[in-house]
Write a protein of this length. Structure first.
Ligand SMILES: CC(C)(COP(=O)(O)OP(=O)(O)OC[C@H]1O[C@@H](n2cnc3c(N)ncnc32)[C@H](O)[C@@H]1OP(=O)(O)O)[C@@H](O)C(=O)NCCC(=O)NCCS
Length: 216
C-alpha cells in the first residue's frame, strides 16, 4: 500500500524516518507501506526533500488523486492536523498508524488510526491512545493513561499513570504531568513545565509548578 505524509515541514520529515525504519523492520513484504511522497499546502523546501529522496505530490487539493493510499498527518499543531485529516478522509485516503521499531508498547494498549509513535517512546500498560495522536521522540506514557484524539506529546515529555490528555492537548518538550491529572482540550503545557494540578481547557501553563500564563 502507498503511504502519503501530509505536511513536509520539520516534523513531517521526521515522520518519514519513522515510516522508513518501521518498513525496514517489517518481516512481511505485504504489510510494508511504500512511501509515495509529501502533500503540503505551503511551499516546501524541494532541495531538502530531494536530499532525503522524497517527492512533493502537491497541495491538499490533490488528495482526491491519491484515493486509497494510506496517510498520516505530520503537522504538530492539533487544529491544523484535524483539518488536514478531515480533508484526507473525505478524499478517500486511509489513516494509518506508524510505530518506530525502537518504541516499546506494553500489554492492552490501543492506538487509533493516524497516530505516530516516534523513536524511543515508552508506553506501558492498559493505555488508550486515540486518532492522530503524536508521541514524539523518547516521550513516556504511564499505565492507564488516556490520550484523546489529536493530543500531541513533544520529545522527552513524561505522562504519568492515569493521566487524561483531552482532545488536542499539547505537552511541551521535557514537561511532566503528575499521575491522575487531566489536561483539558486544546490546552498547552509549556516546555519544561511540571503539571501538579488539572489544566483547564484551552489554557497555556508554564513553569515548575505549572501556572497559567498571565497568572504567574
Ligand atoms: C508555553 C509556550 C506555548 C508559550 O508560547 P507563547 O504563547 O508564544 O509565549 P511567549 O513566547 O510569548 O512567552 C510568554 C511568556 O512566557 C514565558 N515562557 C514561554 N514559554 C515558557 C516555558 N516553557 N517555561 C517558562 N516560561 C515560559 C516567556 O518567557 C514569556 O515571559 P515574560 O512575559 O515574562 O517575558 C511555548 O513557549 C512553549 O513552551 N511551547 C512548547 C514548545 C515545544 O515543546 N516544542 C517542541 C517542538 S518538537
Amino acid at each position: 500500500m502507498d503511504l502519503v505524509i501530509i505536511g513536509a515541514g520539520g516534523f513531517g520529515r521526521e515522520v518519514l524516518d519513522v515510516a522508513r525504519d518501521s518498513a525496514a523492520s517489517s518481516c512481511s513484504e505485504d504489510l510494508r507501506l511504500r512511501f509515495r511522497g509529501f502533500v503540503d499546502d505551503g511551499s516546501p523546501d524541494l532541495q531538502r526533500l530531494e536530499r532525503i529522496g522524497a517527492d512533493y505530490l502537491g497541495s491538499s487539493t490533490e488528495l482526491a488523486r491519491l484515493r486509497g493510499a494510506a496517510y498520516v498527518v505530520g503537522v504538530g499543531n492539533p487544529k491544523v492536523r484535524a483539518q488536514l485529516a478531515a480533508r484526507a478522509d473525505e478524499a478517500g485516503l486511509i489513516a494509518t498508524t506508524l510505530v518506530h521499531p525502537s518504541a516499546t508498547i506494553g500489554a492492552d494498549v490501543t492506538l487509533g488510526p493516524g497516530t505516530v509513535i516516534a523513536a524511543g517512546v515508552r508506553i506501558t500498560t492498559n493505555v488508550r491512545i486515540g486518532r492522530h495522536v503524536h508521541l514524539n521522540l523518547n516521550a513516556t506514557v504511564g499505565h492507564d493513561a488516556v490520550l484523546e484524539d489529536f493530543a500531541t506529546v513533544n520529545p522527552l515529555a513524561a505522562i504519568s499513570g492515569d493521566v487524561v490528555l483531552k482532545q488536542g492537548a499539547t505537552i511541551g518538550t521535557t514537561a511532566c504531568v503528575n499521575q491522575g491529572l487531566c489536561v483539558g482540550s486544546e490546552a498547552v503545557v509549556g516546555a519544561g513545565a511540571a503539571v501538579v494540578k488539572n489544566v483547564e481547557p484551552a489554557t497555556t501553563v508554564v513553569g515548575v509548578p505549572a501556572r497559567a500564563l498571565g497568572q504567574r
